[in-house]
Write a protein that binds this ligand. Structure first.
Ligand SMILES: Cc1cc2nc3c(=O)[nH]c(=O)nc-3n(C[C@H](O)[C@H](O)[C@H](O)COP(=O)(O)OP(=O)(O)OC[C@H]3O[C@@H](n4cnc5c(N)ncnc54)[C@H](O)[C@@H]3O)c2cc1C
Length: 607
């Protein structure tokens, strides 16, 4: 996402100072009408936990007024001030803000048009009295002096590992130890919230290790850092999956995460009266599985937004003489050199798998069932991500945190409009490339409203390929393209709905993944899952993202209809950024801080 900034000027500085001072005065006076008069008629206030104990965007002055009337007394916002220099571009003034609430300190961002707020972001950074022990407040690590009862760091860690979950219960259990569960647990550890991460794979990083062997991250390194510990400066732009896996394993260890590998969560029930969960897990500590019952107050599911494979059933699968794999089971093309591989699907996994199968000398056919958004990786980096996440951005002083907050400052309602120009430019810049794909018969799209990759990701989490080379194989026919739906499997391959028969030794179903709530339903039961509803999507009423409009990712990182039940995950950027707000919500509850949730989301859709 690009952001053009004019040179800072004193006029803009004065304009923003004057707005901020009027804003704080009106807040202090609890004069809702006066606060609302400082907003433009088209306005958006996005709050990450600071005002709403929720992740919520209110739109328009009526909703701003409602928010204020509900929360103002409790939040008691003070000390709103401009931080750094304001800037101006295209008639929009923008500035970073700092502020305090009764219980915390926050960062904000405002965009003014004609002196009135068009967008406002407020985010909670920390809770007063519960600040993380960092920098000058870092832990000493040892006790200087003489102590006959001294417990070393190692002994303390070993004792914690023995006790937690057995003689002492954690505050939080996180089911799922991919990057999401790991990042959240790291945050909780820094905040003094005891957590156990339950992961059915053996080792941290295994969810990446087990993916097909050619996989490398599609997002560049600047977008992918984990909290507290950025990748080193020599880290590759696109990290291979096993390298990421090793990093996660190292990270989990040095961030002192209570990681229960080889442990599968089997069921979770909530005791309303006690306010605690009963989570039954099967844990294997090397001597075979044993049942352990955990009793946390809070339960977080971090089982992967793309966690549960969508294993589509087709007629005749049992008579097929070759092998059938879902893309999540496909390790790579080894053994299929010279053999026929049919890949059903035409998104990221399908392209990656076709690419490596072709490289291995297989005869590969891709079956395209519906249109796909394709964007070249270089183009994406330059036009859409580079302004915030690139070496150039780092050089110009945009830290990862600043970039994350700029990204967060754009309300989802208008984000598509900000995204679209980059993709319009991509269409021109890569016109010849797109034409070659069309000429090969490939169906392309840029999203329902031409807003491209990121909106597709936020809305439906599927339907795209960031091209790292395999699209050329389809364009020039080295990977064959077939179109249509699979009608059935035959003994020797698949038959499409137009009668086309494709011979195959291996059929890979790159048919995507199902919503996290479908995996969670297996653990909490369908009644509770229905009460919670769909996880992910904005309610944009575009393909695979049914309304009504939520304006935030459904059920992610915020209170749900089920008390003490939370969802965490997303790509590396989202895991890094939103783990802070989820961790602060959990910390506040542990400390008994009042957390009245404004506008608790309703539940929509089963999946
Ligand atoms: C092929 C592919 C390529 C991708 N490329 C990128 C990329 O380039 N960049 C990016 O940011 N994202 C990418 N993603 C998205 C990716 O899924 C996530 O970024 C990442 O894996 C999400 O981390 P997570 O922790 O939320 O989920 P996951 O990594 O899916 O972890 C969820 C974990 O939950 C565990 N689990 C599930 N059920 C249970 C249970 N009952 N008990 C115990 N444990 C359980 C699973 O074993 C798993 O380890 C890709 C996804 C796929 C499938």
């Amino acid at each position: 996402m690009t952001q053009t900034l004019d040179r800072p000027g004193s006029d803009v500085g004065a304009r923003v100072e004057s707005w901020v001072s009027a804003f704080q005065d009106a807040l202090t006076a609890r004069d809702v009408d006066r606060v609302v008069s400082l907003f433009a008629s088209e306005c958006y206030w996005r709050d990450l936990v600071a005002f709403t104990w929720n992740i919520k965007t209110v739109e328009g002055t009526d909703e701003v007024a409602d928010l204020l009337r509900s929360v103002l007394d409790g939040v008691d916002p003070t000390k709103f001030a401009v931080s750094g220099e304001a800037s101006s571009a295209d008639g929009v003034d923008d500035a970073w803000l700092t502020f305090e609430t009764a219980v915390g300190r926050g960062t904000g961002h405002v965009r003014l048009v004609d002196g009135k707020a068009w967008t406002l972001l407020t985010t909670l950074d920390e809770l007063k009295g519960h600040e993380e022990s960092q920098r000058e407040n870092r832990p000493k690590g040892t006790l200087h002096g003489a102590d006959p009862d001294r417990e070393t760091w190692k002994e303390e860690r070993e004792r914690e590992a023995e006790e937690l979950g057995y003689s002492r219960q954690p505050e939080v259990v996180i089911v799922g130890g991919g990057q999401g569960g790991i990042a959240l647990s790291a945050r909780l550890r820094q905040l003094g919230v005891e957590a156990i991460v339950v992961e059915r794979n053996e080792r941290p990083g295994d969810s990446w290790r087990k993916r097909y062997k050619s996989l490398a991250l599609h997002d560049p390194v600047w977008y992918d850092h984990l909290p507290y510990m950025p990748f080193p400066d020599n880290w590759p732009v696109f990290a291979p999956k096993d390298k990421i896996a090793d990093w996660l394993e190292m990270y989990a260890r040095v961030m002192e995460i209570n990681y229960w590998g080889s442990t599968t969560a089997e069921s979770a029930t909530f005791d309303e009266a006690e306010g605690r969960w009963t989570v039954e897990v099967q844990r294997d500590r090397g001597n075979g599985p044993e049942e352990v019952v955990l009793r946390p107050r809070q339960l977080v599911f971090a089982m992967g937004v793309s966690g549960k494979p969508n294993k589509v059933e087709f007629p005749g699968m049992d008579r097929f003489r070759g092998e059938i794999q879902h893309s999540s089971e496909h390790a790579g093309p080894t053994g299929y050199e010279g053999k026929k591989i049919v890949v059903v699907g035409s998104n990221n996994s399908a392209f990656d798998i076709c690419g490596s199968a072709w490289e291995a000398g297989a005869d590969v056919t891709m079956v395209q069932r519906s249109s796909t958004h394709i964007i070249k990786s270089d183009t994406l980096m330059e036009l859409a991500l580079g302004g915030l996440y690139s070496e150039e951005a780092v050089r110009s002083g945009i830290t990862t945190r600043t970039a994350d907050l700029v990204f967060a400052s754009l309300p989802y309602r208008i984000m598509a409009g900000f995204q679209k120009p980059a993709y319009d430019e991509a269409k021109v810049r890569d016109a010849e490339y797109y034409q070659r794909l069309r000429d090969a018969g490939f169906d392309l799209d840029f999203g329902d409203d031409e807003s491209g990759l990121f909106m597709k990701y936020l809305r439906r989490g599927s339907g795209y390929y960031i091209d790292v080379g395999a699209a050329e194989l389809v364009a020039d026919g080295r990977v064959k393209l077939a179109k249509g739906q699979v009608a059935e499997f035959t003994e020797t391959g698949v038959r499409l709905d137009d009668g086309t028969e494709l011979e195959a030794d291996l059929v890979v179903l790159a048919t995507g993944y199902r919503s996290m709530i479908t995996s969670v339903a297996d653990l909490i039961g369908s009644d509770m899952a229905t009460k919670v509803g769909k996880v992910w999507g904005l309610g944009s009423d575009t393909t695979k993202d049914p309304g009504p409009w939520e304006g935030e990712q459904r059920n992610m990182w915020k209170p749900t209809q089920q008390q003490n039940l939370w969802f965490h995950g997303g790509n590396l950027h989202q895991s890094r950024h939103y783990s802070l707000y989820l961790a602060l919500q959990l910390k506040a509850r542990q400390e008994g801080i009042d957390t009245p949730v404004y506008a608790l989301q309703s539940s929509h859709h089963a999946e």
